[in-house]
Ligand binder design. Structure first.
Ligand SMILES: C[S@@+](CC[C@H](N)C(=O)[O-])C[C@H]1O[C@@H](n2cnc3c(N)ncnc32)[C@H](O)[C@@H]1O
Length: 603
């Protein structure tokens, strides 16, 4: 007899019916109460494990990847979207927008007026350095009126929405130099600059003509542009496979770095002041300063010693400024001081010339060994004592000494082979090279199979990317064929892998995520965090980091977090309270999408 409810009733199997009912009730209850972010049931899948190997460095090691491939080839992830209309109320967070005249462009550690006002000196640009408010602000930055999804790359290099960065001072102030112009709803960037009278491309060619061995995009890959203006130099060098860390302070060149980032050009806020730049020693292949207004010989020559510190041995410094080519008393005096200073640190002039447009430049080369330092008549500036010299470059005062040149020192392999070759600064531990290659392979597979293939991110809208916790930079390396760039962040409290990042031909900075970053609001399209939060939460609240992520992420931007499920659940809760849509994948990746929502608070 077939088993049906009717038959069971007829046979009076009431205890069995009650048991069956209880089981159904229990199963329904179980489904409803377990993780509601997953759909009830999905076809089971084939799982494949990508092995990973331990690293000699205590890096945030990737977990073995449970790559889920469902029977339906279009559905490779367990995915659930939150309705963007979710109010966030009842989640325990009461958000407020930041108020005041600076609120829209608020950068907590650079806009601390109280701390700046209390400074005893501004002579060495102290007022452009970092002073972080305590406790961290918890307010959300408001949007500028009329803010729109930014213009996409590559169009954005030449034009951005005026409403997104509504600042007009440079339009007026640098009118003759073609930095930026207004045209209706747009700001246009014609590629001009103080020293680029005939356009930036002409200037780039002029440099190469003066020093053919420069080999843009091959020998010379990672460069630093000091006092970059709107970063047109770096923006145009991208065409030559050169990646430039452009930087300038938050000064009267109003919103220059904000323009650069809105254009999709790598840039950061920083200053040559009294502290080390947040880069490792021997990092950049080339440093450039076009009238960057730094008094290299001032402050006991410490600013130039800082350039010497971050310049790779054998690397060059291009100085394009009036003392090189003008004859008035002031310029002559500066030139004389520069000659004495550069000679004292063994920099050699490898080119000096004048352009048809009336500008001129000099190119200096840093030595590749310490032998010249030892044969100087005077030990001035002295060589640094590497035993007592601070190792970190985070709130570290400028050195008054010459940093050491590593004994084993060769120029990196030409780009693009450089990206995956053994980095020069990798630990000499025999295991290190194997782990480095494993790590590169791991990230290449993870990015292809999961990040690009399965997380539902539209990568064609992504231009400015930040990896918040980079390890060896495998994430950035795996994305190197896409038309985007990655700012690699190495935590000041973890293993120092930033030299490896530069050796690979990538860019990055040191940072502490318990503080706010030196960037404007709404400057990144995608933030990636792989096992960052465990380390941060020993020292500050997860909420501090999320508020900062909200500040720097553009509306419409995406956050991808890889972490343990407890942390992901905690983050999901906070993301939802910010009205971000979220989706959880494989219990291991959380994707958050920021919308245009801001709390209803009067500014
Ligand atoms: C005259 S503009 C030149 C801009 C650009 N290099 C060009 O050629 O168009 C001077 C630049 O130097 C920057 N600057 C001034 N003092 C600086 C400092 N101490 N450290 C770094 N940049 C500085 C300014 O913010 C500005 O970007």
């Amino acid at each position: 007899m077939a088993l049906s409810v009717n038959n069971l009733v007829k046979l009076r199997k009431y205890p069995f019916i009650a048991f069956l009912f209880f089981i159904i009730l229990f199963v329904t209850f179980f489904i409803l109460t377990t993780n509601t972010s997953q759909p009830p049931l999905r076809q089971p899948s084939v799982t494949k494990t990508i092995p990973t190997t331990p690293s000699p460095l205590p890096l945030p090691l990737p977990l073995p990847l449970q790559e889920t491939v469902s029977n339906d080839s279009t559905e490779t992830v367990i995915n659930s979207e939150l309705d963007d209309s979710d109010s966030g109320e009842g989640l325990g967070y009461e958000w407020k927008v930041c108020t005041g005249s600076l609120a829209v462009d608020y950068i907590p550690c650079l806009d601390n007026r109280k701390a700046i006002k209390a400074l005893r000196s501004r002579r060495h640009m102290e007022h452009r350095e970092r002073y972080c408010p305590k406790p961290n602000p918890k307010c959300l930055v408001p949007l500028p009126d009329g803010y729109k999804v930014p213009v996409h790359w590559p169009k954005s290099r030449d034009m951005i929405w005026f409403d997104n960065v509504p600042h007009l001072k440079l339009v007026e102030y640098k009118k003759e130099q073609n930095w930026v112009k207004r045209s209706g709803n747009y700001l246009l960037f014609p590629g001009g600059g103080t020293q680029f009278k005939e356009g930036v491309n002409h200037y780039i060619q002029y440099i190469e003509k003066n020093l053919p061995k420069i080999g843009w995009g091959k020998r010379t890959r990672v460069i630093l542009d000091v006092g970059c203006g709107v970063a047109s130099f770096g923006g145009y060098l991208l065409d030559k496979n050169v990646i430039t860390m452009s930087f300038a302070p938050k000064d009267e060149h109003e919103a220059q770095i904000q323009f650069a980032l809105e254009r999709g050009i790598p840039a950061t806020l920083s200053v040559i002041g009294t502290q080390r730049l947040t880069f490792p020693d021997n990092a950049f292949d080339l440093i450039h300063c076009a009238r960057c207004r730094v008094h290299w010989d001032g402050y006991g020559g410490k600013p130039l010693l800082e350039l010497n510190r971050v310049l790779r041995p054998g690397g060059v410094f291009i100085w394009s400024a009036t003392p090189v080519y003008r004859d008035d008393e002031r310029d002559k005096k500066v030139w004389k001081a520069m000659v004495a200073l550069t000679e004292s640190i063994c920099w050699k002039v490898v080119a000096k010339s004048f352009d048809s447009s009336g500008i001129g430049l000099v190119i200096y080369e840093k030595p590749v060994s310490s032998s010249c330092y030892k044969s100087r008549k005077e030990n001035n500036p002295p060589l640094c004592d590497e035993n007592t010299r601070p190792k970190t470059s985070w709130y570290t005062p400028l050195d008054g000494c010459i940093s050491a040149i590593p004994i084993t020192n060769t120029w990196p392999t030409p780009w693009p082979q450089r990206l995956n070759s053994k980095p020069l600064s990798l630990s000499t531990d025999p295991e290190a090279e194997r782990v480095f290659h494993e790590d590169t392979k791991h990230w290449s597979e993870l990015v292809t199979n999961v990040y690009i293939g399965s997380l539902g991110v539209n990568w064609s809208n992504v231009r400015n990317v930040m990896d918040m916790n980079v390890g060896y930079g495998g994430f950035a390396a795996a994305l190197s064929d896409l038309p985007l760039w990655v700012m690699n962040i190495v935590s000041v409290n973890g293993p120092d892998t930033l030299p490896v990042i530069f050796d690979r031909g990538l860019i990055g900075i040191y940072h502490d995520w318990c503080e706010s970053l030196n960037t404007y609001p709404r400057t990144y399209d995608l933030l990636h965090s792989s096992f960052l939060f465990g380390n941060v939460t020993h020292r500050c609240d997860v909420l501090d980091v999320v508020v900062e992520m909200d500040r720097i992420l553009r509306p419409g931007g995406v956050v991808i977090v890889e972490d343990n499920i407890q942390m992901l659940n905690k983050l999901k809760h906070i993301f939802r309270s910010l009205h971000w849509s979220t989706s959880l994948h494989q219990q291991r990746f959380l994707v958050g999408r920021k919308g245009f929502w801001r709390p209803e608070t009067k500014r």
